[in-house]
Design a protein around this ligand. Sequence first.
Ligand SMILES: Cc1ncc(COP(=O)(O)O)c(C=O)c1O
Length: 485
Amino acid sequence: MYTMDQNQQPLVDVLQRHSASGAISFHVPGHKQGVVRGSLSIEWEALLAYDATEITGLDDLHAPSGPILKSQQLLSSYYHSLESYFLVGGSTSGNLAMILATCQTDDVVLVQRNAHQSIFHALELAGARPVLLAPTMDKSTGKPVGIAVETLLEATNAYPQAKTLILTTPNYYGMVSAAMDELIQQAKARSLTVLVDEAHGVHFALGAPFPTSALAYGADVVVQSTHKMLPSLTMGAYLHVHERSHISRGHMGRFLRKVQTSSPSYLIMASLDAARHFLATLSAHDVDRICKSVTRFKRELSTIPGLTLGCPDERIIMDPLKLLLSVEGVPGTSFQSALEKEGIFPELVDDEDVLFIFGLAPITPMEQTDWRGAIQRAVNSVRGLQRLSGGNKSLQVPIPNVSAFSMSYHALRAYKETSVPVTAAEGWIAAESVVPYPPGIPLIARGERITTAHLEKLQQLIDLHAHFQGNHDVKDVGLLVFTKD
Ligand SMILES: Cc1ncc(COP(=O)(O)O)c(C=O)c1O
């Protein structure tokens, strides 16, 4: 099935051999393999012993020819890609590189409106001309998921010169649209280069019951945060180029070199090697045990009075390792605090829900840890609390299916950024995105011209005490806009 034996971890092995060899360091880093520790206690020594650098035998991420090359080849073999890369700056660095490597100045690029900020940063750096596509909403949970095929066709009809489509899938909640396959086929049929931020889907390579990776559907480049779902260190991520992509071998590497450090962490890189090994050597039996334990956990929680388990509608494929929980009528933040008092820390909280993320190991059985009791106590302590606002879910933020910017990022560089009161913002070009959360879709994106419809909606959201991402104090500080002087 794989072209290489996955039961190897070349980078982990070479680092372990090096640290055990007693080699004397007259090179960086300054901790000298854990000898010079400053205020760090002796426990750190074991870790620092592996925090190496590009000395003989340890290879070089930016020009690999030894164990790093072999580890990346194993990764590529596992993901069936043309080539795969280790990233030490998270999906953020992968998103920057994939866009800078494929988008030229003034290229029209179709981009999912609720993309991560790194996607917009990269488009701005590339000087591309984004056309924003509104995501579809899951009616049951109120979360944005994927792009409708009709929205893509509307955009390609209006902008036939578009060269690239940038998708974000799964969403933060582990949801993938069932139309993803068709969406990518339609984009490929129109000769679009498909770039996918799959930050939350590195484990989809395991196959069912996990959703299918966009790489299997033919996306040209896919970026995944290894640290989010696999046992790798924070900042670890992968970038894959599809085996039939028009993007040539080595092209991405040249751009990764521009956006990543010249001193990549060997701890992160070794953890990336180990994470691929972990995934590739998980048996069907292991996956079955993990999924059964998650199902048992969810079944137990479903018996707690007042607790609701989020369940998207049937047009969505849900990652079994994610779980949305809410208590009817209670702000997500109150439920989060109650859970934290019980020592349970969720990944994310929004207006109504908290999100639990499970790891790729069976959950400690209920008999050993009283999860149910702790969660029930948290639910009981918040039941009856009143929601502060009606919740953004019901606010129906009106987003056009397809919208382009009236000026290029390049032209906007000649402008200054100034705050104006909301009441005076009409007609200006926004210098910052305004993102009501949830649903986490920009109502106004940086670069978009502010319209009356935007401002009416914004006022309504302010009146309802809606939350804006990034602690955006729209009401008192106003909106940042581009001005000439
Ligand atoms: C969809 C999405 N893309 C990209 C990122 C950035 O990932 P990283 O933290 O690995 O740089 C995130 C972070 O949460 C994300 O949610």
